[in-house]
Design a protein around this ligand. Structure first.
Ligand SMILES: [Fe+2]
Ligand SMILES: [Fe+2]
Length: 206
């Protein structure tokens, strides 16, 4: 790849992204599922059905974001030259989504102010997906080899299993702080060891 310009992962083949176990393929697949669920929410009229779909969106988005913050962004910071700036941008988006969803969960379904917050949260989720697929993940793809993308993919899948599925107002966006809420630190340590990520990247939590 070398001098080739970073290219959105949106239109690449599974092969180009490193195969079915690559973290890039797993990312895109979950983004597509988020998109599908948000579209479904928007066309439903029944309040009860809408709430059910909204719950699915929230669970998917939160476990997905947690795995990004625990596994993927430390790897980006370790291997991409401007990884610090790129990950700070998506962490800010995650924080805004977190705060909006925390508000949404405090308001009764059907309340107009709540619906407006759902729309804003969906817009932010779609923005986050675009920033990751078009800006951040192509840089990771340029910086690491296919074996690394697959290793990140399997670690990603393991962390997804234990990730929190709801917002918390004071989750630090960086590990190990973000791990304190839902995941034993031993799990985080094993992830870090498996990926060979040094402790300097992990001690920058807010
Ligand atoms: Fe993502
Ligand atoms: Fe994200």
């Amino acid at each position: 790849m070398g001098a080739a310009m970073s290219k959105t992962i949106k239109d690449q083949t599974v092969e180009q992204l490193g195969g079915g176990s690559s973290v890039l393929v797993r990312q895109r697949r979950e983004h597509q599922e988020m998109d599908r669920l948000m579209d479904q929410y928007l066309i439903l009229d029944d309040l009860h059905q809408r709430e059910h779909v909204l719950k699915q969106v929230v669970q998917l988005v939160f476990s997905h974001a947690f795995a990004e913050e625990t596994v993927l962004w430390p790897a980006v910071r370790a291997s991409v030259p401007d990884g610090e700036e790129l990950t700070a941008r998506v962490e800010e988006e995650h924080q805004q989504i977190n705060d909006l969803v925390a508000d949404i969960e405090r308001l009764p379904p059907g309340e107009p102010g709540r619906e407006e917050k759902v729309q804003r949260a969906f817009a932010l989720i779609r923005q986050d997906i675009r920033d990751e697929e078009d800006l951040l993940l192509p840089r990771l793809q340029d910086a690491v080899d296919t074996a690394r993308l697959r290793k990140l993919g399997t670690t990603w899948a393991a962390v997804r299993q234990t990730a929190p599925t709801h917002p918390h107002p004071v989750i630090p966006r960086r590990p190990p702080g973000n791990a304190l809420l839902g995941v034993p630190l031993s799990v985080y340590d094993r992830v870090r060891d498996a990926l060979g990520i040094g402790s300097s990247a992990s001690r920058r939590g807010r």
